[in-house]
Ligand binder design. Sequence first.
Ligand code: ZN
Length: 325
Amino acid sequence: MLPRTLYRLLSPAGNKGQLSIFIFHRVLLDADPLLPFEPSAEQFTWMARYFARTYNVLPLGEAVCRLQAGTLPAAAATITFDDGYADNFQVAWPILQRYALPATFFIATAFLNGGRMWNDDIIETVRVLPPGEFDLGALGLGTHNLSDTLSRIRCYQAVLGKLKYFEHSQRTDIARQIALRAGLPAASNLMMTRMELQTLMASGAEIGAHTHTHPILERLPDTLAYAEIEQGKCELESILGSRVHVFAYPNGAPKRDWSDRHATMVKQIGFEAAVTTEPRFAHVASAKIFQLPRFTPWDRSPLRFAARNLMELWRGRHASQGYPV
Ligand SMILES: [Zn+2]
């Protein structure tokens, strides 16, 4: 099969290879018009089939060990999920299991058992509001006209874009106030329960940490950033009864969301590797294991998805040989 051969040429085994780390957040049971960027179960099924046929998929911990030892298999890949959404366990994991694919799930512990992240407070509010004006001017978040699905998507994207870089506790409080005012209950079933998380790990998934309350570390004083990273690890280890080795930076963009001093903290706290959202693949020779890049597969047709993955591998191979990309 041609793609498989090309992948192996572009990402050979051993110390000339690349590690393709993919990020997902949610896999929806049914497509949700308000969340067009999240794959449905049907879309994720062909993605999983493609991963199984094309890549050698490894859990992140094993991939990092082999990356360091120069023993990665050809076309090595890791599939990761951030945040701890319940659909990861209920929808994505059974599909992955059908294709015998391992995966790594990064969990923000504060939201287990009925929590809801601040961004979902906003999205779910925009979903339930009746058509008409949504005035957040007093909060500095603009006035929005809600009518069709597209206007609602534009509204929540604009509000999230502005709120994202507010001070962490202020952002959480404002989003919660907006949700409560719209009549959303404080509790939600969007995120995994502790029992689901335990079952996920018991059935073979790798679990990683993602802080406690998902702050942008670069926006926190160092003592609080350290405490957030440490608390996320300790709580997960207490829930799971086993050590957690890998970490994902919230939001994850280098310099803007985290910096080298956070990578040092992650190492000091006892992690063995960390992943970012820098959008490229990790080349073996240059890989920094506390700053591993990850790539979001956003194409929604199999052909484009395959073409983009191949293009990224080609870019990675080209860059590793010193050519401009
Ligand atoms: Zn996250």
